[in-house]
Design a protein around this ligand. Structure first.
Ligand code: NAD
Length: 499
């Protein structure tokens, strides 16, 4: 069986802790590799080496660092199919969806080619007599990222690109469920010209995460994953004096107004609710039709579309709509919540509980489910299910629909489907959620904007990628300079005004 270790100082190394976890093939339910889980000592040694390597990397001019990103773009494109195949095998998502995962990460690397422009400082000529003032953005030193299973290429690239091109060394602790693509990306960074030690990939579980949070050399931590872990990491990282940004779970609502194109809305809901088996932080998991007539017409359109969905392994071809969920435990949890929804009185209008795929009985496939008449007090409404389950909550007015999304504890993404510009504009302006779609079900911002949720979906004050990422991975130094013209002034003891 394949054994996966870490990427330290420019090469793959075996783990030394003696602890391992299984990497599954979710389509077959078989173990496909053993993953070494790092100890605190392994993490600390990797950080020490990274800190040493960062000194020269941070002093390398930004254009040269950008050229590494430029080369990386070419290499990812060269290896796109190879990366997507490994990604699908470990994660379970379809092959086209795996390429989308890589592509959305690649776009952030493309953006990072502009690092020299993004890192440019500010300059005030003659801030006072003979005095100039300038601010520069400098790397933090060593930064770390802790990433989830559901985008094993995109999210590590969202973190590695800005952190590295800004001149930091970076420690990535990817998800233990699908660690192969992050290791392959580290190999590609080396091929692109990144010096050894500047990027270290440490595989592990809570022990290595805690070691990151407690390591005094690490200046900043970027996390993406579930909300309870996000809160834990934010608290412990901040109390250790680090700069921390954590992105958590979601329960994304899509509001369907009576004037919406209902065929378009139904198509959008099926893609956004069931794509990637619902394992996206920007998946729509709650549909909120406004008015019973809208709800009835929407459900009537959704049922045949959902019943037609093709569920299968990534190897079954590009017409598969979604694959298995990531683990047996995830499958059991989804089915437990579906049963709870039925017990609590929601109407299960598409029941996928008996779904089984011939030849893949041990795989973690879950049939598609659609609930109607879900209410605010039900567990399926309050909890992030992270599976192919769409809940319909009927609202009687726009204000009630808006209030539902506003009152939910999560605030990652949301969408409204309407033909009325005034309603759409009011929604975008008033909603307390970080990313908003208008007739767009999954409004993931592009690389040059920023990505981040509000409320229990995001902790910290800067978003991922876009200009925020360069603010997060750098700190500002401001210099006030005067070159005396030969006539020495006496010391000034008052706080000088620039007059
Ligand atoms: P997770 O929270 O279980 O794991 C995320 C990371 O935290 C992994 O690297 C894992 O090893 C580590 N971890 C897990 N348990 C830990 C513990 N007790 N102590 C310290 N570290 C721990 O999340 P997941 O299941 O991998 O990913 C799915 C979740 O991520 C969903 O909630 C989803 O909404 C969320 N997500 C959010 C965004 C976003 O941008 N808001 C993006 C993608 C995924």
């Amino acid at each position: 069986m394949e054994e996966l270790g870490h990427w330290i100082n420019g090469k793959r190394v075996k783990g030394t802790s003696g602890r391992f976890s299984d990497v599954m093939n979710p389509a077959t339910g078989e173990v496909q590799a053993r993953l070494a889980l790092a100890s605190k000592a392994e993490l600390d040694a990797a950080v020490e080496a990274a800190a040493a390597a960062q000194i020269a990397w941070g002093a390398t001019n930004p254009q040269r660092r950008a050229r590494v990103m430029m080369a990386m773009v070419g290499l990812i494109n060269r290896d796109m199919d190879k990366l997507a195949e490994v990604l699908s095998r470990e994660h379970g998502k379809t092959f086209p969806d795996a390429k989308g995962d890589i592509q959305r990460g690649l776009e952030v690397i493309e953006y990072c080619i502009g690092a020299p422009q993004l890192l440019k400082g500010e300059f005030t000529d003659s801030a006072g007599p003979g005095i100039d003032m300038y601010s520069m953005r400098q790397p933090l030193g060593v930064a770390a990222g802790i990433t989830p299973f559901n985008f094993p290429a995109m999210i590590p690239l969202w973190k590695m690109g800005p952190a590295l091109s800004a001149g930091n060394a970076f420690i990535l602790k990817p998800s233990e469920r699908d660690p192969s693509v992050p290791l392959m990306l580290a190999e590609l960074f080396k091929e692109a010209g990144l010096p050894d030690g500047v990027l270290q990939v440490i595989n592990g579980d809570k022990e290595s995460v805690d070691a990151i949070l407690d390591n005094p050399v690490i200046q900043a931590v970027g996390f993406v994953g579930s909300t309870p872990i996000a809160e834990y990491i934010y608290g412990r990282g901040c109390s250790n004096g680090k700069r921390v940004q954590c992105f958590g779970g979601a329960k994304n609502h899509m509001i369907i107004m009576p004037d919406a194109d209902l065929d378009q809305a139904a198509d959008a809901l099926v893609g956004a609710g069931y794509g990637a088996a619902g394992e996206r932080c920007m998946a729509i998991s709650v549909a909120v039709p406004v008015g019973d007539a809208t709800a009835d017409a929407l459900i009537e359109r959704l049922i045949p579309r959902i019943e037609k969905l093709k569920v299968g392994p990534y190897t079954a071809g590009n017409d598969v709509d979604y694959g298995p969920v990531v683990t047996k435990a995830a499958k059991e949890n989804i089915l437990r919540l579906v049963n709870r929804g039925v017990e609590q009185g929601a109407k299960l209008v598409v029941d996928g509980r008996n779904f089984s795929l011939q030849g893949y009985e041990n795989g973690f496939f879950v049939g598609a489910h659609l609930f109607d008449h879900v209410t605010k007090d039900m567990d399926i409404y309050k909890t992030e299910i992270f599976g192919p389950v769409l809940s319909t909550v009927r609202a009687q007015s726009y204000e009630e629909a808006l209030g539902l999304a506003m009152d939910h504890e999560y605030g990652n993404g949301t969408a409204i489907f309407t033909r009325d510009g005034d309603t759409a504009r009011d929604f975008a302006s008033r909603i307390n959620i970080g990313m908003v779609g208008i007739n767009v079900p999954i409004p993931v911002p592009l690389a040059y904007h920023t990505f981040g949720g509000w409320k229990k979906s995001g902790f910290g004050d800067l978003n991922q990628h876009g200009p925020d990422a360069f603010r997060f991975y750098t700190r500002t130094k401001t210099v006030t300079s005067r070159w005396p013209s030969g006539i020495k002034e006496g010391s000034a003891f008052n706080f000088k005004a620039m007059d």
